[in-house]
Design a protein around this ligand. Structure first.
Ligand code: ADP
Ligand code: ADP
Length: 232
């Protein structure tokens, strides 16, 4: 489903070249939860931006659903990005819009009528357990509730892939647990591939099937969570 083949990404800055990702090869399978863990600066966000088509690898190949990303037109990249749901550490919600309007937002680019969009957004609000709060504004919600809105919005375009970019890093342990349980339930219901980017080991242990550990742009270890995190 997502395959990195010897992918490197070099950023050109005014003064120097910076290799953010170096010779990464990874296969993320359909319907699995794949964790990518590493300290700040390890190259995790760069991997995410490449999956989203916001950055193109400097070398190597990135293949998503059988298509090489660098062979896609701008329009095709945009279409592909719509099929990748994203959730973020700081939620990235629209503060002047209600819960329902936030969830509906990604649907505004599509062809649905307003009443279809409302129906779909209500269904998604129910899926994340926010059906009682659809008229609230984000500022009136707890952190966990805000992330539930983020999750519902990420699912609006029926993505095949959901990428969680440090989505629980701003939440307390109990709320983190609730959000991870919700993600596990959603994966059961919707048949999604979930990619979890985090610096927190317990998040990976809790949810991931397989994991890659990144350090200084490289994948230094990869395998099932049991294998990678169990002492020999
Ligand atoms: P992580 O998400 O694991 O913190 P990043 O992918 O953000 O790692 O960063 C990897 C390296 O690439 C870091 O050294 C970072 O400073 C650098 N980097 C990230 N984005 C850019 C950019 N747009 N221009 C130059 N360097 C960048
Ligand atoms: P950080 O966590 O470092 O604050 P994010 O991971 O939230 O940054 O976002 C990385 C970049 O991707 C930002 O410039 C953000 O605006 C952009 N971005 C926002 N929405 C999306 C999306 N749906 N898909 C891909 N990139 C997005």
């Amino acid at each position: 489903m997502i395959e990195f083949k010897n992918v490197s990404k070099v950023y050109q800055t005014k003064s120097a070249e910076l290799t953010a990702v170096q010779d990464v090869s990874l296969k993320i399978k359909e319907n699995e939860v794949f964790g990518i863990i590493g300290f700040s600066g390890a190259g995790k966000s760069t991997l995410v931006r490449m999956m989203n088509g916001l950055e193109i690898p400097t070398s190597g190949e990135l293949i998503i659903n059988g298509k090489r990303n660098d062979k896609l037109s701008k329009k095709e990249l945009r279409q592909q990005r719509q099929k990748i749901g994203m959730i973020f550490q700081h939620f990235n919600l629209l503060w002047s819009r209600t819960v329902l309007e936030n969830i509906m937002f990604p649907l505004e680019l599509g062809k649905m009528t307003k009443s279809e969009r409302i129906k779909k957004a209500k269904h998604l609000a129910e899926l994340v357990g926010l059906e009682d709060r659809i008229d609230a504004y984000p500022a009136q919600l707890s952190g966990g509730q805000k992330q539930r809105v983020g999750i519902a919005r990420a699912l609006a375009n029926d993505p095949a892939i959901l990428i969680s970019d440090e989505a629980t890093s701003a939440l307390d342990p109990q709320t983190t647990d609730e959000v991870l349980t919700l993600l596990a339930n959603i994966k059961q219901k919707l048949k999604l591939t979930i990619v979890i980017i985090t610096h927190e080991m317990h998040v990976i242990r809790r949810l991931a099937d397989r994991v890659a550990i990144m350090e200084k742009g490289r994948v230094i270890e990869e395998g099932t969570v049991a294998k990678v995190f169990t002492q020999p």
